[in-house]
Structure formats: structure tokens, C-alpha cells
Design a protein around this ligand. Sequence first.
Ligand code: NDP
Length: 244
Amino acid sequence: MRFDRKTALVTGGARGIGLAITERLLSEGARVAIVDRDPSVEAVAKTLGPSARALVADVTRSAEVDRAVGAAHAWADRLDIVVNNAGITGRSYPIWELSDEDWQQVLAVDLTSVFYVCRAAVKLMLPRQAGRIVNIASIAGKEGNPTLVPYSSAKAGVIGLTKALAKEVATRGILVHAVAPAVIGTELLQQMTKDTVDMLVAKIPMGRVGTPAEVATLVAWLASDECTFTTGAVHDLSGGRATY
Ligand code: NDP
């Protein structure tokens, strides 16, 4: 299988897109460390079997991230795949109704965490000159979604981080990609108003919401050894909304 003997780490893997990615990697032979702040991740990992392991950590705290990434690596003395998936949309309001905390919280979860996880993971991948990192950005980071200024800004930051890091490690066997989904059917949508969700679906030429399994399929390819001559790219999953 594609991921036999590989160790993967997926943040925010207890539900939604992260869970679909975790299940996909497990189904193809990987052992997967699921990093989530919610202790219910322990029960989720149990139901997924012995190749899944829960690591409770808040990805906005660098010490917790360093511990979790170190534990994932120590599991089988290797870390092959990292998927930065944990994210929140924050409150969906125009900028003049947002507080400092709204901004800081979204930037911390959606962008600073990606920096912390990549920093810790790349240090462990460099000695083996091999690794695959996939950062879940958003179409919001390419186009900007009204009433989601912090989210759009953070996801644009994830895209910039991905491009810069990919170039830093391009000759060291570590490939770094971003995925930019449009609307995907998960609990995250419940944080948005119905008007916001309707507005987002209306922009999708295919006229529907995407599925977590569709995201997992693309991520699995980007995380695999079949992906060899692309790095630093942003891969859209937007039903035709973004074609650039
Ligand atoms: P969900 O809200 O369903 O799942 C997010 C997961 O991340 C939850 O398990 C959550 O745990 C975890 N998480 C949140 N904050 C932290 C933290 N500080 N530390 C550790 N874990 C944390 O989201 P989705 O599956 O919908 O989204 C996954 C990713 O995809 C996100 O980055 C999102 O921005 C992106 N995306 C989603 C789209 C969509 O339409 N759904 C579209 C475009 C991008 P807890 O239960 O504790 O909150």
C-alpha cells in the first residue's frame, strides 16, 4: 500500500476534513498521530484501531506542538507526512464589529499553528531528506471572503508560508503544498451564518458543497511518493470557483 511503514501526523484530525484524511491515510497503510485539543480524540483514535494514536495538544501553543510532533516521530523513529488541518473560521461579521480577540484567535489557530508544526516537523524530516507537508488553506485565502477578514488573512498567510517553506526545502526531499477548498460539508460551516454559506455555494460553478472524502483524496496524493515534481503549489478544490 502507498503508506506502508509511514508515520503521518494530522492536526484537527478528530472530526471533519481531518478525520477523513486520517481515515484515508490509515486505509492505505500509514500509522497516524491525530493531534487535537479535544480529549475526545482519544476515543476517536480507539475506534480507528492500533495504527491511530491520539495526541492531545492545542496547536496554538508551541511547547505542546513540539511535544506532539516529537511523540509522533518517536512512535516509529520517523515522521513522513504532516497535514496541517486544524482551523476555525471565527465569527462571521464585518470588520467594524470584530474585536482584537476575534483577530488574534483566528490568526493563532489558522496560521501561527502551521508555523509551529512546520518548524518542529521539518527539523525531524531534514536528517532523512524526505517528507511531505500538506497545509489546508482555503479559497478564502486566494479570493478573500467578506465577513471573514481574519480567516481570509490567516489562510492567505498559510499560502505564503507554504510557498516560502517549499523553496527552502526543495532540494532536501521535503515537498510542501497547500490545498484550497471552497465549501466542504463539515461542522465548521455551522460557525457561519446561513447567508454566508449560501453566498459561498452560489459562487461554485458545480453548485454544490464538496465532501471531506474529496479533500482526503487530493491530500493523500500530495502526501504520497507519487507526488515528486510539484512543490509550493496551491491545489484548488472548489468545484470550479477558482481556476487559477
Ligand atoms: P472542523 O471544525 O470540523 O474540525 C476542525 C478540527 O480542528 C476540530 O477537531 C477542532 O477541535 C480542531 N482544532 C481547532 N482548534 C484547534 C487547536 N487550537 N488545537 C488543536 N486542534 C484544534 O473543521 P473542518 O474539518 O471543516 O476544517 C478543517 C480545515 O479545513 C480547517 O483548516 C478549515 O479552515 C479548512 N477548510 C474548511 C472548509 C469547509 O468548508 N469546511 C473550506 C476551506 C477550508 P475542537 O473540536 O476542539 O474545536
